[in-house]
Design a binder for this molecule. Structure first.
Ligand code: ADP
Ligand code: MG
Length: 709
């Protein structure tokens, strides 16, 4: 099929561009077609030059009368191009784009989209996009002007303009090829008509080059429907497969074990909250089944998920099995190792939060930099993984060539959706354990149940008593300075530490060079002008892993007072001494994401603070942020978020590995519900094996999940 054509074969494209396309995961025509724009610019108003109104955004078409290069008083380099059509003429002013002098020449026909502005006293045109028209024919196909144009997220040196051009040519090519199935339909016709969806082929064309914005919306809805349909269908299939799985041996919880288990719980240094108790019970019931547990545990940062997981590990231990405890980073693995070591101290050694009762499981750490059990925490004669009852590590634990013989439980903390593939990897190692996946991302129950349909859901919706709430303030613009002074005083007097979070600059969800430049500049400014007496660290997505871990470690070791970071950086580490988080450009974050960030502080027993800064005093924004300052519960925050932000907006949790939806939005309950019904209908009436296109999508979805791991 045409769409399987490798990207190497794309015509009129340099090898550098091909390489760049591949570097962002575009390996064939299909993947190029699936690179969707994140917004549009409307340049469809085509205006005669003499009708242009100041403030208007329009496209003009005309002949270049004159090309000149000038310098403004302020030293800007100006490319002034005078254009005329049959109605009149106007100057188009580009700034600092001297390469245009080599491209644009007198006599050429040009189409320019931009804004009409005053330049000094003269009406002139501020260009945004242009394209040269082939000779006299002003009616050719327009790509960058004279229509609604797509704007693509710019990655690895690929400009939106270049992507637009390549995708446009591809769609032209598909049109010419004219085969009915150049973009095949995947759904049965009755599902399409029942849900009032456009055809697949039209959706793909119109999401890139819509004839109007309503069509763009409908196309996006169609492709979002496809996405939700695929995810849910995949979940249903996994759930069905899961029903037929068997663990080696179901756990036994007889009187003796139950007593030990209860004693362990009552020996904890605190009383479990009723939410924790409920979840422990749900897990207990699962573990007694011969079908492996596949449970998803949601709970706010600090709600006490780790203890619940530890209790499950203990029960596993009582049954003679090992537990694997996986964290997303080495630092977090270390942290879990320490927590678990203090919950399960070996007799005489280690922390004595708990008096040793009977025997307790031994805890080992296995990360890239630390071999099993070489931690300083305990004198270890033990060397191999098999000698430990609980093995803590990163997700590499299951991919590494480690052999585990008696694993009964796998715990996955954050960022990892444990799928069919991971399960297969475990099976290759000869195990089919119970599975507990945990997240602090507040995902509303309805959403979680649909999107993670293969999992059973538990929620810890209650915080331990006596926890100090993080005091949250929206800091007015005029108080910025006194805010800095207050932070300085806090650091000096209380020796606390501070996070400063800078937002992503552009609307795309990746960290662009622009963002990195901005955060670096802000870091320099803070270091030089504001916090010169303190030690500052900088973290963003382009910092190498090793360096990143060192900076985090320095922060943990109090070698740094302030950590400046972008939101994409994993700062999930427990730093009890960090009690202030300052968030710049707070309006750019979803509430759920703000809540995640706020969870970085408030981990110790000192009062913590979250300061929100925004340059945008828009009433709606202020209201939304004020609401956040008053809401502490993550689930409530997430629900507000869903209500307040329309579909299509970035959902705070999206950056988490769990939910990287391409087009669909989790706040679009209606579409989620429709697609869920469609999946149920499809399941009752058809078999996936008769739908090769759906099968392809399922495979594609699975591969995407693997490649993310
Ligand atoms: P998270 O859900 O973010 O993983 P943790 O399990 O790390 O939360 O718990 C955060 C802190 O709260 C830990 O220091 C833990 O010992 C403590 N904790 C957990 N449960 C309770 C409880 N029921 N009462 C008091 N403190 C608790
Ligand atoms: Mg945790």
């Amino acid at each position: 099929m045409l769409l399987n054509t490798p990207i190497e074969n794309i015509p009129l494209t340099s090898s550098a561009t091909k390489r760049r396309l591949k570097s962002i995961g575009i390996n064939n025509f299909w993947e190029l077609l699936n690179y969707f724009p994140f917004r549009y610019e409307n340049y469809s108003l085509i205006s005669p030059i003499d009708r242009l109104q100041v403030g208007e955004i329009a496209t003009i078409k005309g002949k270049i009368l004159k090309v000149s290069n000038a310098f403004t008083k302020k030293g800007f380099n100006l490319q002034k191009i005078s254009i005329s059509d049959s109605s009149g003429k106007i100057d188009v002013n580009w700034f600092n784009q001297s390469y245009l002098l080599r491209i644009l020449r007198e006599g050429m026909s040009l189409s320019v989209a931009g804004e009409v502005k005053f330049f000094g006293n003269t009406k002139s045109f501020e260009p945004r996009e242009y394209e040269i028209l082939s000779d006299e024919n002003l009616n050719q196909q327009f790509i960058h002007t004279a229509r609604i144009i797509p704007v693509y997220s710019e990655k690895n040196g690929l400009s939106s303009r270049l992507l637009r051009e390549k995708i446009f040519r591809l769609i032209m090519h598909l049109n010419v090829s004219r085969t009915q199935d150049s973009i095949p339909e995947i759904l049965p016709p009755e599902i399409i008509s029942f849900n009032n969806l456009p055809k697949e082929i039209d959706a793909y064309k119109q999401i890139h080059f819509p004839t109007n914005l309503e069509n763009a919306r409908k196309s996006r809805e169609r492709l979002a429907f496809d996405e939700l349909f695929t995810i849910q269908l995949s979940a249903q299939i996994v759930r069905k497969e899961w029903e037929n799985e068997h663990v080696g041996n179901a756990f036994v919880v007889d009187k003796e074990k139950y007593d030990l288990f209860q004693r362990f719980i009552s020996n904890l240094p605190f009383k479990l909250t009723s939410a924790q108790k409920r979840v422990v019970n749900e897990i207990l019931l699962d573990l007694k089944q011969s079908k492996p547990m596949n449970r998803f545990l949601e709970g706010d940062v600090g709600s006490g998920k780790t203890v619940v997981a530890a209790i499950a590990c203990y029960l596993t231990y009582l049954n003679g099995y090992q537990s694997l405890f996986m964290a997303p980073t080495e630092i977090l693995a270390n942290q879990h190792f320490q927590t678990l070591s203090s919950l399960f101290p070996t007799s005489g050694v280690g922390n004595t939060v708990l008096k040793p009762i009977e025997t307790l499981p031994s805890v080992g750490l296995q990360t890239g930099s630390k071999k099993i059990g070489t931690s300083m925490q305990r004198p270890l004669q033990k060397r191999t993984s098999d000698d430990f009852d609980i093995i803590v590590g990163t997700h590499a634990l299951i991919t590494k060539k480690l052999k585990f013989d008696r694993v009964g439980l796998v715990i996955v903390d954050e960022q990892h959706r444990f799928g069919v593939v991971q399960r297969a990897q475990l099976k290759e190692k000869g195990i089919n354990p119970h599975l507990l996946t945990m997240t602090a991302t507040p995902i509303p129950r309805t959403v979680a149940l649909t999107i993670f349909g293969e999992l059973d859901l538990s929620v810890i919706d209650e915080m331990p008593k006596g926890r100090l709430q993080v005091k949250t303030f929206l800091v007015p613009k005029e108080k910025r300075k006194s805010g800095y002074e207050w932070i300085k005083k806090k650091i000096k007097e209380e020796k606390i530490q501070v996070f400063i979070i800078c937002p992503l600059i552009e609307e795309s969800e990746v960290e662009t060079m622009k963002t990195i430049k901005a955060v670096t500049k802000e870091f320099e400014r803070l270091k030089k002008d504001i916090f010169s007496e303190f030690k500052l660290g900088l973290l963003h997505g382009k910092v190498k892993t090793k360096e990143k871990e060192k900076i985090m470690q320095d922060f943990k070791d109090k070698k740094l007072d302030i950590l400046v970071a972008t939101s994409v950086v994993e700062v999930g580490i427990d730093i009890a001494n960090a009690t202030i988080i300052m968030i710049e450009g707070a309006e750019r974050f979803g509430l759920a994401q703000l809540h995640q960030l706020r969870g970085r502080v408030g981990r110790g027993d000192k009062q913590s603070y979250c300061l929100l800064y925004t340059e945008n005093a828009n009433e709606k924004i202020t209201e939304r942020l004020q609401l956040f300052t008053r809401t502490q519960n993550g689930m409530q925050v997430a629900e507000h978020d869903l209500k307040l932000r329309g579909p299509g907006e970035i959902f705070g949790a999206r950056q988490h590995g769990y939910l990287d939806l391409k087009v669909a939005s989790l706040s679009d309950f209606e579409l989620i519900d429709k697609s869920k019904k469609a999946v149920n209908y499809f399941f009752s009436k058809y078999s996936v094996s008769n739908f090769p296109e759906i099968n392809n999508r399922l495979e594609e979805y699975k591969t995407k999940q693997i490649s993310r791991d």
